[in-house]
Design a protein around this ligand. Structure first.
Ligand SMILES: *[C@@H]1O[C@H](CO)[C@@H](O)[C@H](O)[C@H]1NC(C)=O
Length: 386
């Protein structure tokens, strides 16, 4: 009886904390462990509630080393709908260069109620590098590690400048999920997605953190870190088979489908090594390399996807599939003919109403499918194995 009373008290406290966090968009500070440096602050124990009362959105700041990082989180909370039995999968959705969590939330919509997932939209630190069009330095934009324009040192934080560690930030996010959502979160179902530079980082994480990620979904990504044998930086050698689902348009002007050399990297004094020239791999070859890595024995290449045609934009989608792989994983590469540097969507979104290069607003160029829907259905099939 005594034990039950105690459990109820803890439960009430936990729900109380959640209710407070359910306000519009409160900033809360949470300690980070492992990847980050723990600071003082409330620590929520593992949650044992069988059914959260709803979902809510909040902005959370965590310290990673000496740097404060920010993430927009959608998870069990106090809003009015409920979501079936716990635990819930975790989807981390990384924005593109110069973008932000709110925009990525609107674009990828992984927090849609129908997916019942805990979704984190992390915020990138600024990097200082060349733009693809302007061959001059000096544009500060939010970005993720692994891209040449994303300086390893963070400008404006020094001297000495802070060393960027987005991988430690990822570790801190996993710890945040543990402390914030406890047993409501299925840590064997952590999925990582991203757009453009965020897609690059999803791939980068799979290279170095494959043991914690159940699947990745990079969209329109420049894969600077790729596996040996590709015409890119051959530094990705993941230890585990990883399910991969990828989308890329062959009319993408920002990240060329055929691969390309890219502009020189960041300012010498912020780079290590200084000013390397980066290359990105050809997309079909990149997908095939994941198929090889995963030991896939069967493949189907560039097969038209039934119904995936958009007469209004002339887009058409083809699928390359690598299957019969180690660990029952799979690699899917959706190639969209005439597809742009967009998050594929049947409805207007921030990407398909904006020119890839000038960023001018344009009439919506609709895709052939909702990538988010296809990605979530793919994620659902995979759980991390011990
Ligand atoms: C595609 O996504 C949009 C935006 O989330 C949604 O309004 C629309 O109903 C979806 N369409 C289909 C066919 O799923």
């Amino acid at each position: 009886m005594r034990l039950i009373t105690l459990a109820t008290a803890v439960l009430t406290l936990a729900l109380g904390a959640t209710a407070v966090a359910g306000d519009e968009n409160p900033d809360t500070d949470r300690p980070a462990e492992g990847g980050g440096t723990a600071t003082s602050g409330p620590k929520l124990g593992p949650r044992t509630d069988p059914m959260p009362t709803g979902w809510s959105q909040k902005t959370i700041n965590i310290m990673v080393g000496a740097v404060q990082r920010t993430v927009l989180a959608d998870g069990p909370g106090s809003d009015t709908y409920s979501c079936g039995p716990v635990p819930y999968p975790i989807i981390i959705s990384y924005h593109g260069r110069g973008s932000n969590p709110g925009r990525m939330r609107g674009l990828s919509q992984f927090h849609d109620q129908k997916y019942c997932s805990i979704v984190l939209y992390p915020s990138g630190l600024n990097g200082l590098g060349r733009d693809s069009t302007a061959m001059s330095y000096g544009t500060l934009k939010s970005c993720w590690q692994g891209a040449p324009y994303c300086t390893p040192k963070v400008p404006g934080t020094g001297p000495p400048e802070t060393i960027r560690d987005d991988v430690a930030f990822f570790d801190a996010l996993i710890n945040l999920v543990r402390t914030e959502y406890g047993s409501w979160a299925a840590l064997d179902r952590v999925y990582v997605s991203g757009k453009s530079n965020g897609a690059e980082f999803a791939n980068y994480l799979a290279c170095y953190h494959g043991d914690q990620i159940a699947a990745i979904a990079p969209v329109s990504g420049p894969f600077y870190y790729a596996m040996a044998g590709l015409d890119a930086d051959p530094s990705c050698s993941p230890t585990h088979p990883i399910p991969v689902i990828n989308f890329h348009g062959d009319a993408d002007k920002a990240v060329k489908y055929q691969g390309s050399g890219r502009w020189e990297s960041c300012l010498g004094n912020l780079c290590d090594p200084p000013d390397r020239v980066a290359r990105i791999p050809n997309l079909p070859k990149w997908a095939a390399a994941w198929g090889d890595h995963n030991g896939c024995e069967s493949q189907e290449l560039d097969v038209p996807v039934p119904g995936a045609a958009q007469p209004s934009s002339g887009q058409e989608t083809f699928l390359s599939k690598y299957y019969n792989c180690n660990g029952d994983v799979e690699v899917l590469h959706y190639h969209t003919k005439n597809g742009l540097h967009d998050w594929p969507s049947l409805s207007p979104n921030d990407d398909n109403t904006q020119d890839d290069q000038t960023f001018a607003t344009v009439p919506a160029v609709l895709g052939t499918m909702n990538a988010t829907e296809v990605i979530v259905q793919f994620f659902k099939r995979f759980t991390l194995r011990p």
